[in-house]
Write a new protein. Sequence first.
Length: 189
Amino acid sequence: MVGALGVGLAAGPAVAHTPTWEVDCDAVVLNLTNYGRDSQNTVTVTVDGKDLLPTETFANDFKKTLKLPAHDAEVSVRLVLKASDGDQHSRDETKTAPVCEESPNPSTTPSPSQSPTPSETPGTATPTPSTSTSSAPVKPSAAPSTETPDLAETGSSSSTPLIAGAAAVVLVAGGGIMWAARKRRSVQS
């Protein structure tokens, strides 16, 4: 029973480092969590080799949105994350920021509610219809990231339920053997 209790207590939830970051045409969003409260982790972000976020130290969590400088061609954004508890939790990754599409000046493009109304000429019974089409390009919304972030190893694997099941079988078998041995002793006495 003590062994079963020990296995159950050791199977508690694990806290894993979660380094997520996204890049779109005008910003870099950093969300680094669970790096330890007493840790001295560092993070640096560069754009085409120039510092966007000079090396900054943080403990446990780091959340920040960085505005990218204006660019007319794709730029390379690099994240260097050094975890204080080992290189297995550190990251050195590069993503590409696309060029933002320009949106037209809103004062020069009529909105559907501002489109000219049909006018009637005195003496004419049918109004002249007007047609208005908008050719304003639409800025694409940021698509959700389909990348699965690399998660830290927590000591758990897909074989954990199999091992726990085997331990349960061994405990039940041991209890059965003990019961049979006591039963035999009581019959012999």
